[in-house]
Design a protein around this ligand. Structure first.
Ligand code: NDP
Length: 327
């Protein structure tokens, strides 16, 4: 067994938290030889519920769980952490404008960014799941001036996995037969699931499906999958969101397979004409714990228009939260 690493999870008593913690503690995220110490953050009223979750974690007697810290103090939650999964966020209430939502989340992600800045390991890997995830990640990053901006990422992996699943079903193949899936942009309904570079069993995906299915079925189904699950289940997706968070962090820690890539929301460096600085979903390869944007992909007019639309939304979101950035 390796030396334990510290993994922070916020919103730990919520429904994604409940599906996530047991996967991390069981070794699904960092491997069966990597013990973890969980740092669980909750708001004060949720601490009693969190204690119940801690009791259950202990009752699993996981070989890879080396300790649990449960707290409502940011400075304790992020002390010396190697990984941070920021799940807790303010959900959109009835009649709430996007501006109010961004403001409410600024009050959460600004202080969390500062606490990470002050207490986390210098190479901490941060994944924001709580929505609006891309812009919440930007707020946290902009309040952590001493950390590398590349430490902050947002989750588009659930969209990526949903796209794999839809394409596998349509082509009668398994998701493991599909390579080079891409989600560009924001984790919102403007995201662009791109099949132009994807292959199924080595064949170009777009040679196996027709354009009408791609445009009118696949893209909207992936974009609106969250709403479909709420309608069917009476509650938002949780286990699949948790599983995607595990996938994102595992990829970041252990790398992408040769000949394949993953989608991650990462700070744009201007690649593909995207506004520098916004947290944008890109195809990435990961090696030795560092991600790199896949370069040189051909972008046609169909893709360009969709990539620009989601870029525009992210620029507008950023304009709405710039006053929350540390000076
Ligand atoms: P969930 O655990 O269901 O969701 C948490 C966040 O994940 C929400 O912002 C949700 O967005 C987002 N999310 C991202 N992707 C998905 C997806 N595919 N499906 C569903 N959600 C997704 O929320 P709960 O209300 O059950 O739990 C939240 C917990 O966070 C509560 O226990 C609360 O006390 C806590 N909290 C903790 C904070 C902290 O630690 N400082 C701050 C704020 C809250 P969306 O709203 O769009 O569904």
């Amino acid at each position: 067994m390796k030396a334990p690493v510290r993994v922070a999870v916020t919103g730990a008593a919520g429904q994604i938290g409940y599906a996530l913690l047991f996967r991390i503690a069981a070794g699904d995220m960092l491997g069966p030889d990597q013990p973890v110490i969980l740092h669980l953050l909750e708001i004060t009223p949720a601490l009693p519920a969190l204690q119940g979750v801690v009791m259950e974690l202990n009752d699993c007697a996981f070989p890879t769980l080396a300790g649990v810290v449960a707290t409502d103090d940011l400075n304790v939650a992020f002390k010396d952490v190697d990984y941070a999964l920021l799940v807790g966020a303010r959900p959109r209430g009835p009649g709430m404008e996007r501006k109010d939502l961004l403001e409410a989340n600024g009050a959460i992600f600004g202080p969390q960014g500062k606490a990470l800045n002050d207490h986390a390991k210098r190479d901490v890997r941060v994944l924001v799941v709580g929505n609006p995830a891309n812009t919440n990640a930007l707020i946290a990053q902009q309040n952590a001036p001493d950390l590398d901006p590349k430490c902050f990422t947002a989750m588009v992996r659930l969209d990526h996995n949903r796209a794999l699943s839809q394409l596998a079903e349509k082509t009668g193949k398994h998701s493991t037969d599909i390579k080079k899936m891409t989600i560009w942009g924001n984790h919102s309904s403007t995201q662009y699931p791109d099949l132009h570079h994807a292959t199924v069993g080595g064949k170009p995906a777009l040679s196996l499906v027709d354009q009408a299915w791609y445009e009118s079925d696949f893209i909207p189904t992936v974009q609106q999958r969250g709403a479909a699950i709420i309608k069917a289940r009476g509650a938002s997706s949780a286990a699949s969101a948790a599983s995607a968070a595990v996938d994102h962090m595992r990829t970041w820690a252990m790398g992408t397979a040769e000949g394949d890539w993953a989608s991650m929301g990462i700070p744009s460096d201007g690649s593909y004409g995207i506004e520098p600085g916004v947290i944008y979903g890109y195809p990435v390869t990961v090696k030795d714990g560092k991600y790199a944007i896949v370069q040189g992909l051909e972008i046609n007019d169909f893709s360009r228009a969709r990539m620009d639309a989601t870029n525009k939304e992210l620029r507008e979101e950023r304009a709405g939260v710039e006053h929350l950035f540390a000076k």
